[in-house]
Every structure is written in structure tokens, then in C-alpha cells.
Design a protein around this ligand. Structure first.
Ligand SMILES: Nc1ncnc2c1ncn2[C@@H]1O[C@H](COP(=O)(O)OP(=O)(O)OP(=O)(O)O)[C@@H](O)[C@H]1O
Length: 247
């Protein structure tokens, strides 16, 4: 397969922090509409890989191609504009705005909170807000102030804010941390829906949740891939049990 067939092609990606290789000659390929979960022990390099893809951390060597475009030389903003969205663990929603307004300000044509709050509500924006609100199960609470949402709903709203920009690759770092069992199930359904027309990379420690969402699992250990494949194969892998799942 040539690189052009993948949404994301990571090759020989390396980053050193004072000589310590947090990511070490990593190769990883993500298909269109694939939901990949990255697991591994603390310090394995999972978050650093997402930081490298979104441009928050600059690589020491190697390449990251998104739809065949090299990302390692682009700024964080350019990477967002290229179609890569990233959600961090702590939600960064506007607590004093409504659900509707949070989605509206995330519409790409707006420029920051003030620019977009005062621009005309074109049909296009309204349609997009309703479409995304439905996807994140918040259609009925569009007028609610974000501060009043549950922890799970805040996480979904932030996913919705990213979806407003229609990213072709969405990356989520521990999306169900702190959620109730019901919210975890609903998040699994949400992710299964949204990967139908985009690729998604999720870092997660909750194996029950991983089973519900992963098309393929990549196990990282010391900045390298220890195993990769369908969940059942990875779970039965002795090396994986030894360094991660057995603990
Ligand atoms: N900016 C940095 N400067 C120095 N060291 C760093 C930096 N970022 C990450 N590291 C180190 O790189 C290693 C990998 O960290 P990373 O956060 O990617 O691991 P992780 O797999 O996401 O772990 P966790 O499951 O605990 O979140 C760790 O040893 C960490 O201390």
C-alpha cells in the first residue's frame, strides 16, 4: 500500500527530550473511517504521539503525512485548518455560553468568541449547529448554559465543538475519564457514529470501553509499538499482558 491510501501515515517518528526518546522510530498508519485506540503503560509515549500529530510538540526526526501532506513543518493552526482536531483531557468549553453558542462560536467562519458571536446566523451555521447537536445528544438542551451540564455532557460538547469544523482526523485523549457507566456507553455509541465519515484516534485505559470502539489497537511501550491489531489478538499477546494488561 502506498502512503496515499492512508489518511495518516507516520514513519520513523522520533522525539527526544534531553536525549530521552519518548517516541522512537514509530511507524503507524491510519485508514479512512478507522477508529484506532492507542493503549500502553504510563509514560509509553501515547500523549506525545498526539502532541506530535497536532504540532504541539516538534519531532526530532521522521514524518507525519496527513492525506499525503507533511505535518511536521506546519504550525498548530495550519494543522487544524488542514483538518486535524484534537481534544485534550480537560474540557475547554465556554461555561457562561449556552450549548448553542458554544457550537456556534466553533463554526470555522467565526473568528474567536467575539467575532463569531456577532456574525449573522446564516442558515448554514444554524443547520450545522443542529446537525452536530443531534450527533452529541444535546438537541434538546441547546439553550442550556454550559456550566450546568454534567461532566459527560461537557466532554460531548467539546467533541461537538471540534466536529463543527468537520475534521477528517479527530484525536481524543481519555475521553471517558470520570464518566459514569451510562455516559461511557453513550460515548462509545457517539464515537462509533462519528467515525463513519472520519478517522479517529483515541488514547484510553478503560479496556471495556476500548472493546466497544476499537477497530484496531496499537500498544505503545517505551516509545515503540509493542503490538498492533484487533483487540482480541492484542489482549492475548503475552508481551502486552506482561507490560500492561496484567497489571
Ligand atoms: N515536554 C516534555 N519534556 C520532557 N519529557 C517529556 C515531555 N513530554 C513527555 N515527556 C516524557 O515522555 C514520556 C512519555 O510521556 P507521555 O505523556 O507521552 O506518556 P503517556 O503514554 O501518554 O502516559 P500516560 O498514560 O501517563 O498519560 C514520559 O516519560 C514523559 O515524562
Amino acid at each position: 500500500m502506498s502512503n496515499t491510501d492512508f489518511v495518516l501515515a507516520i514513519e520513523d517518528l522520533t522525539v527526544s527530550f534531553d536525549g530521552f526518546k519518548a517516541v522512537d522510530k514509530l511507524n503507524m498508519y491510519i485508514d479512512k473511517n478507522e477508529l484506532r485506540v492507542v493503549i500502553g503503560p504510563n509514560g509509553a509515549g501515547k500523549t506525545t504521539v498526539l502532541d506530535l500529530i497536532c504540532g504541539k510538540t516538534k519531532s526530532t526526526a521522521g514524518s507525519i503525512k496527513f492525506k499525503n501532506r507533511e505535518l511536521t513543518k506546519l504550525s498548530e493552526h495550519e494543522i487544524v485548518r488542514a483538518g486535524v482536531g484534537r481534544k485534550f483531557q480537560t474540557p475547554s468549553i465556554y461555561e457562561n455560553l449556552t450549548v448553542y453558542q458554544n457550537l456556534e462560536v466553533s463554526y470555522p467562519k467565526g473568528r474567536g468568541v467575539f467575532g463569531s458571536l456577532f456574525f449573522k446566523r446564516t442558515d448554514e451555521v444554524v443547520t450545522q449547529v443542529h446537525k452536530i447537536a443531534k450527533e452529541i445528544m444535546m438537541e434538546d438542551i441547546l439553550g442550556m448554559e454550559a456550566a450546568l451540564l454534567s461532566h459527560g455532557q461537557k466532554q460531548w460538547l467539546e467533541i461537538g465543538m471540534l466536529l463543527m469544523q468537520e475534521p477528517e482526523l479527530l484525536m481524543l485523549d481519555e475521553p471517558v475519564a470520570g464518566m459514569s457507566a451510562k455516559e461511557r456507553d453513550q460515548t462509545a455509541e457517539l464515537l462509533n457514529r462519528i467515525c463513519q465519515n472520519r478517522s479517529v484516534i483515541v488514547i484510553e485505559h478503560d479496556m471495556e470501553f476500548v472493546k466497544k470502539i476499537a477497530h484496531k489497537v496499537t500498544v505503545l511501550h517505551q516509545g515503540k509499538i509493542l503490538a498492533e491489531g484487533p483487540m482480541d489478538k492484542v489482549q492475548a499477546n503475552e508481551k502486552v499482558i506482561e507490560v500492561y494488561l496484567g497489571h
